[in-house]
Write a protein that binds this ligand. Structure first.
Ligand code: GAR
Length: 200
């Protein structure tokens, strides 16, 4: 019987944060963690490819197969419940979760966000839109945040943050690239923190 902590990763895109977790497990930094499955709402998400390459269950759930987002999430709850998970990691998951889903896994869902929450978060603030807003506002610092997911988008308790300076001349591309490097370290740190808290 495996005594490892089981996580499920939800991802919609390229999956570099997922890769950071896979690599950390391989490197022994999270050797008590096992990724039970990677689930995506996008068929061509490279995250699914990364999962397959690492021998992890890669599951595409098509939103078109469900009459509503709530039905979609109910199906997700069923799928994830089968794995008996300790933690659900949103690593670039670009679909807003329903309250049904969040309530089914209270205190067990974490999200990585590419800015210093509570600033630059909330509905519509994802991916490049976050960096665009940061650059437009002319703040001197940005960064990334890992937080617990609660009903209010991007407003749950913060687990960890990393800051970086915004450099004059920064573009969405340059800023997001530098933040992503920090995200990969932050996510591993935050997963470790969560499991220390609940006791590994
Ligand atoms: C990351 O920058 C993550 O913080 C962001 O999407 C990117 C996914 O990259 N998430 C959000 O904006 C959620 N609000 P990845 O697919 O390479 O891990």
């Amino acid at each position: 019987m495996s005594l490892k902590r089981k996580i499920v990763v939800l991802a919609s895109g390229s999956g570099t944060n997922l890769q950071a977790i896979i690599d950390a497990i391989k490197a022994g930094k999270l050797n008590y963690v096992e990724i039970a499955a990677v689930i995506s709402n996008k068929k061509d998400a490279f995250a699914l490819e990364r999962a397959r390459s690492a021998g992890i269950n890669a599951i595409f759930v098509n939103p078109k197969d469900f009459v509503s987002s709530i039905e979609y999430d109910k199906n997700l709850i069923k799928t994830i419940s089968n794995y008996n998970v300790d933690l659900i990691v949103l690593a670039g998951y670009m679909k807003v979760l329903s309250e049904e889903f969040i309530n089914a896994f209270t205190n067990k869902i974490i999200n990585i966000h590419p800015a210093l929450l509570p600033d630059f978060g909330g509905k519509g603030m994802y991916g490049k839109y976050v960096h665009e807003a940061v650059l437009k506002s002319a703040v001197k610092e940005s960064g990334c945040t890992v937080h617990f997911v609660t009903a209010e988008v991007d407003a749950g308790p913060i687990i960890a943050q990393r800051k970086i300076p915004v450099i004059p001349g920064d573009t969405v591309e340059s800023l997001s690239k530098r933040i992503l490097i920090e995200e990969h370290k932050l996510l591993i740190e935050a997963i470790g923190k969560v499991f220390v808290k609940v006791g590994t």
